[in-house]
Write a protein that binds this ligand. Structure first.
Ligand SMILES: C[S@@+](CC[C@H](N)C(=O)[O-])C[C@H]1O[C@@H](n2cnc3c(N)ncnc32)[C@H](O)[C@@H]1O
Length: 270
């Protein structure tokens, strides 16, 4: 059983056997604020990079590199980036921007998190893996991870993804096509095999894992199948619901029928 008492979620699922798997439909910042320091052994995060920021690509890198920006014709610098003010949190909490939430509870989520997110993430976890770490002002690291996706060079998407990690180990590369992910419903859904590879490399038996922005819950499914205790958050109601259904189907053998009834799949030996 978990020793955590969490408030402020819209929905949740708490599985306690054979390992802890607790997930909450809520803002991860509100979740982390309720936790003691170093509660998790490993945080695996895949934050939005910021394609949905009002300021476009310029908002992705925080204020760190503003001084290098080209000046406009009128001699003024490009619009300054306000990293500390930006992020989904600001948008979501701003009543004037509530219209970004649609009927499914989908929000405009591709907005880079503000600095407070990283402060809290580093406070509540002993080690961190941050996918898309190249978009954020993180310290230098020896141990970065590359996911090589086997997409052709002339394809419109990136051939690989980068994860920043807090470990002092060798950098590693994992090769797995990004196509053909089963039960795909999330626009940036990562394969469970990728998370399983990360856990095998960087997690130890008995570790408590945390994904603050689970999306499709691939990180959760991999953790459960490998026997790790796991906690996760997802802000979007619809992704949360579909993620829970994916987990229930993949890990508990449960399928929801059209009338909402849960059908338990029988194993060959039942
Ligand atoms: C890049 S996606 C993660 C994809 C995930 N790795 C997967 O394999 O499906 C980021 C997710 O973070 C969620 N999100 C954004 N801001 C959040 C917040 N403040 N708290 C919790 N979840 C958030 C978004 O709704 C989105 O599903």
């Amino acid at each position: 059983m978990s020793d955590l008492v969490i408030s402020g979620y819209k929905d949740k699922e708490e599985i306690d056997s054979p390992c802890i798997s607790h997930v909450y439909n809520m803002d991860c910042l509100e979740f982390m604020k309720q936790l003691p320091d170093n509660y998790f052994d490993l945080a695996i995060s895949d934050p939005p990079y910021g394609g949905g920021n009002d300021d476009g690509a310029y908002n992705r890198f925080g204020e760190l590199f503003n001084k290098y920006k080209p000046k406009k014709d009128d001699g003024k610098k490009e619009k300054a980036i306000n990293y500390s003010q930006g992020g989904i949190f600001a948008k979501y909490n701003d009543p004037a921007k509530k219209d970004v939430e649609d009927k499914l509870g989908r929000i405009e989520w591709d907005v880079a998190p503000k600095a407070e997110f990283f402060d809290e993430l580093f406070r509540v976890s002993k080690n961190q893996v941050i996918w898309g770490g190249n978009y954020f002002p993180l310290p230098p690291t020896r141990c970065f991870l590359i996911w090589k996706k086997h997409v052709p060079e002339n394809f419109s998407m990136a051939m690989c993804e980068y994860a920043w990690t807090s470990f002092a180990k060798n950098a590693k590369v994992f090769e797995l096509p990004s196509t053909g992910i089963p039960f795909r419903f999330h626009p940036t859904q990562k394969p469970e095999a990728l998370y399983a590879w990360v856990y095998k490399l960087l997690a130890n038996k008995g570790d408590k894992l945390f994904d603050p922005m689970m999306g499709s819950q691939s990180s959760r499914v991999a953790a459960y199948k490998m026997g790790f205790d796991y906690y996760g958050c997802e802000l979007c109601d619809d992704y949360f619901k579909q993620g829970v259904e994916k987990f229930d189907r993949e890990c508990l053998g449960e399928v929801k029928a059209a009338d909402g009834k849960v059908i338990k799949q029988m194993s060959l030996f039942d």
